[in-house]
Design a protein around this ligand. Structure first.
Ligand code: ADP
Ligand code: MG
Length: 848
């Protein structure tokens, strides 16, 4: 029996072969709809698409939680063949491409929540449309994750037409902007024609209409980068207005170039931070106030409980100094915590007993052993309060408002999948961290690329010289060359050598993705020489003879040997080297690759053995003469493996630490969400908790509810909870950061830092919960003050008076003061023309 996939038998490991063979009947089913769907009119096709969505949503109606997930899985599996067939037909009409069998296999694997390993140029962008459409049918949104903003716009405009023709909506989230795919304003066919020609590397902006973040997330399919998805998640969890929350559920994500996103970028977490000037000053102000307050008059001290209570007189004094009329009001509430903490620092913390000041730092003294504990910090702003009291530097350059690792963000998705040309070497990590199985998918055409053995030089200079000579030779012959480097610095070095040889070339540094996309798309032209760093031009296909080459133009390049890819040194990860090689030999094209390495390359210097150096010296090989040595190549690969292992450990480490926090984060954010969405239960729950701690509160709450109305009390209590939670959570994040560095310092004491971190982290979180309750009790006891101040104000909406959460960073603010308008909207300058046709200066930025 023929499998319809000629290359499966020969090359594939048994395991993947088995997986793929099992899918073949399903592939046949997809193909079986072909004729039937071809016969439909465009309207009928859209109708088919929409009715399928209606059917799926109908079958899931009223279901929730696990039942919903279970049913969804079942329904989607049933409709897969038709859904995929619809996408193929839609793609045929709009993109003039029809998914190959191997692409359908890749699509099924993605739908099942795996990683499809498909080589560069196999058409992964198109593959993703299959599972994206299928999973969007349940109306819960699909996220397609790209490595940069440019690619997300490109893919949305390019692939948007496939979904659009089936009645689905498509959007893009970018840094500072969001768009909906919109073809309704396209007047003539020229834009569509333009897109057909250049869509794989250039964006036809007329198809993108600016929209809000929320609108973008409401679309069926949303394209965007890992950063934007992650930051939106964090922003949503520091926001104060439920109307501004943007993300819906984390339903299904397809991550393109998944190795780059989940491995290369996973070493550093996403952090939203705010400059801390204001709060630094705040600590100083409160330290000053605390100093002027008089013990036993302005506040009472409970030595045993190590607590203080402010008296009426003390509160009045503080209010006067702060210049506010009522500290127990919404605006004042954030001060209460600072005030109390400052007074505690003043009254209960004594130098040389609780702490010492050394070299401008406040160091905790362990209460039992009397030992100093550098690096450790008190929580809930207490440490800062003591620093302010002592007049030393307040340790808070910027405050973390929220943070998360990519690992933990992407684990939120009910279903996660990804694609890349290079996942095999990181198989273990994908499985262990994300539970993702990597399955290599055979290529559509046989692979026809020659990977030459590495050339090894003694010196870097010798390497550059030989490399430049080689490039010159290839260039003169007309064979296109792509030179890959690991840094901008190396790009420049090579560029100089090429100039010396008189070889014209382009240099790409991954600075302007859009412009570089266009250059890389042309890297397959006759005689082209392109130098690019790793990420430059990533995701854009290099077609032999250029993006719109005729068959004979392409043949000409093939006769020359296809694209020649030169690597200028081995990267730390084999995966990245393979990625570079993969640029050549797309879809069965002819091509060549070769790495030029020298004993002076970082990888060799650090990991290579002295033997090799000595050996080359002994044989008297000139510096620009290469040797080909199995020994050296093996040494390099050994070094790469070692480093890969090392980085894997680092990422595992980051994750293990974030896991501790993740637990706490999830608990806090869930609470926060319930509060924000007006969940009545949460108030009742918290009241119950508080009254168990302090039974007399019960009567008080009852009384206040009668006095002001239950609704009003609950509403204001919710607002207060949000504020207190946020203040404490931020302080907690600070403390956890400090804890993280201090446990490492303590590691010499034979203790496992992670265990210590977990233990102390838990303790800190418990203390946060206690403080939270205490502050809420204080608030309840002083609720009259709040209503007094509230009455003085015109009955404004309470939500209005809540301070805006600080925007993540200046650049990320959506309110950048600029008018937003689509290219097809009337220009805001008012001359009656459409934006794209207008020539005014003022709104030039709208025309891109
Ligand atoms: P990858 O992301 O896998 O490297 P791309 O998605 O950039 O590949 O696609 C490479 C090229 O292959 C695209 O320019 C696209 O036009 C072409 N292509 C993909 N699938 C098909 C198909 N089924 N039929 C014809 N051309 C295709
Ligand atoms: Mg791609």
């Amino acid at each position: 029996m023929s499998l319809g996939i000629p290359f499966l038998e020969k090359f594939f490991p048994d395991e993947s072969k088995k997986t793929i063979k099992k899918l073949l009947p399903l592939v046949d089913k997809v193909f079986s709809y072909e004729e039937e769907l071809k016969a439909l009119s465009d309207e009928e096709l859209k109708e088919r698409g929409l009715s399928l969505k209606k059917e799926v949503i109908g079958r899931l109606e009223g279901k929730e939680g696990d039942e919903l997930k279970y049913e969804e899985k079942k329904v989607l599996h049933e409709v897969l063949p038709l859904a995929f067939a619809l996408v193929r037909e839609s793609s045929r009409r709009t993109l003039h491409m029809m998914h190959y069998r191997v692409q359908v296999i890749g699509g099924i694997l993605l739908h099942e929540g795996n990683i499809s390993e498909m080589r560069t140029g196999e058409g992964k962008t198109l593959v993703a449309t299959l599972p994206a459409y299928l999973n969007a049918l349940s109306g819960r949104g699909v996220h397609v994750v790209t490595v940069n903003d440019y690619l997300s716009r490109r893919d949305a405009v390019w692939m948007g037409q496939v979904f659009d023709a089936l009645g689905l909506t498509v959007s893009v989230i970018n840094h500072q902007s969001s768009y909906l795919y919109d073809s309704t304003e396209i007047e003539d066919k020229s834009e569509d024609k333009e897109r057909d020609d250049v869509g794989s590397y250039k964006i036809v902006y007329d198809y993108l209409k600016p929209c809000t973040r929320q609108e973008a997330y409401l679309a069926d399919i949303t394209y965007g980068t890992n950063n934007e998805f992650g930051f939106d998640y964090l922003r949503d969890n520091i926001g104060y207005n439920k109307e501004q929350l943007s993300q819906r559920v984390h339903h299904y994500a397809i991550v393109d170039e998944i190795d780059s996103i989940l491995i290369d970028e996973a070493r550093t977490p996403l952090i939203i931070s705010a400059p801390a000037q204001e709060s630094s000053e705040m600590y100083v102000t409160f330290a000053k106030i605390a100093r002027t307050l008089i013990r036993d008059e302005d506040y009472a001290v409970d030595e045993k409980q190590r607590a203080i209570t402010l008296t009426e007189q003390g509160i009045n004094k503080a209010e006067e100094m702060l210049g506010i009329s009522n500290i127990y009001s919404v605006e004042g509430m954030k001060y209460v915590h600072h005030l109390e903490t400052a007074v505690r620092a003043e009254a209960l913390f004594v130098p040389e007993r609780e702490y010492v000041v050394r070299d401008g730092e406040v160091i905790i003294v362990d209460e039992f052993t009397g030992r100093m504990q550098p690096g450790r910090r008190w929580s809930d702003g207490l440490h800062q309060a003591v620093e302010a009291k002592e007049g030393v530097k307040i340790e808070q350059e910027s405050r973390t408002l929220a943070s998360i690792t990519f690992q933990n963000y992407f684990r939120f998705y009910e279903k996660l999948s990804g694609m890349t040309g290079t996942a095999e070497t990181s198989k273990e990590e994908f499985y262990k961290v994300y539970g993702l199985v990597v399955t290599p998918v055979p290529t559509h055409n046989p692979i026809n690329r020659t990977d030459h053995p590495d050339l090894i030089f003694q010196t870097e200079k010798g390497k550059w010289q030989a490399l430049a000579r080689k490039v010159k030779e290839l260039h003169e012959k007309g064979q296109p060359v792509l030179i890959g480097t690991i840094s901008i610095e190396k790009n420049e070095a090579i560029s100089k050598y090429l100039e010396r040889e008189g070889v014209p070339h382009s240099v790409l540094n991954a600075k302007n993705h859009e412009k570089e996309g266009e250059i890389i798309a042309n890297a397959g032209l006759r005689g082209a020489v392109t130098i690019a760093t790793n990420m430059a031009g990533r995701g854009v296909d290099i077609k032999l003879g250029g993006p719109n080459a005729t068959e004979s133009e392409k043949e000409e390049i093939i006769a020359l040997g296809g694209l020649f890819v030169i690597g200028t040194e081995r990267h730390e990860a084999r995966r990245i080297d393979n990625q570079l090689r993969g640029r050549s030999g797309r879809q069965g094209d002819k091509g060549e690759t070769q790495f030029f390495v020298s004993l002076e390359d970082d990888l060799m210097r650090v990991f290579g053995s002295e033997n090799i150096k000595n050996m080359m010296g002994r044989f008297g090989i000139p510096e620009d003469e290469p040797i080909e040595s199995r020994l050296v190549s093996r040494a390099l690969e050994g070094a790469q493996e070692k480093i890969e292992g090392f980085h894997f450990d680092t990422r595992k480490h980051t994750l293990q630490y974030d896991d501790v926090l993740n637990h706490q984060r999830t608990s806090i954010y869930n609470k926060r969400r319930r509060i924000l969405f007006g969940d009545e239960e949460i108030v009742v729950e918290v009241f119950a908790e508080l009254t168990t701690l302090k039974p007399e509160l019960e009567a008080l709450i009852q009384e206040k509810e009668n006095q002001y109305g239950k609704g009003a009390v609950h509403h204001i209590f919710r607002i207060m909870m949000l504020q207190v939670i946020d203040t404490l959570w931020m302080e907690h994040l600070d403390q956890m950061e400090h804890l993280r560095s201090s446990v490492n310092l303590r590691a010499y004491g034979q203790r496992d830092p992670l265990v210590e971190y977990k233990k102390e982290g838990l303790r800190a979180f418990r203390s946060l919960e206690v403080t939270l309750k205490n502050e809420l009790m204080t608030f309840l006891e002083n609720i009259d003050g709040f209503f007094a101040s509230q009455q003085a104000r015109a009955q404004a909406d309470f939500v209005q008076v809540i301070p805006e959460a600080p925007s993540p960073d200046k650049n990320a603010s959506l309110q950048d003061g600029k008018v937003k308008a689509g290219r097809n909207d009337p220009c805001p300058c008012g001359n009656g023309k459409k934006v794209k046709k207008c020539d005014c200066e003022e709104y030039k930025y709208l025309r891109n």
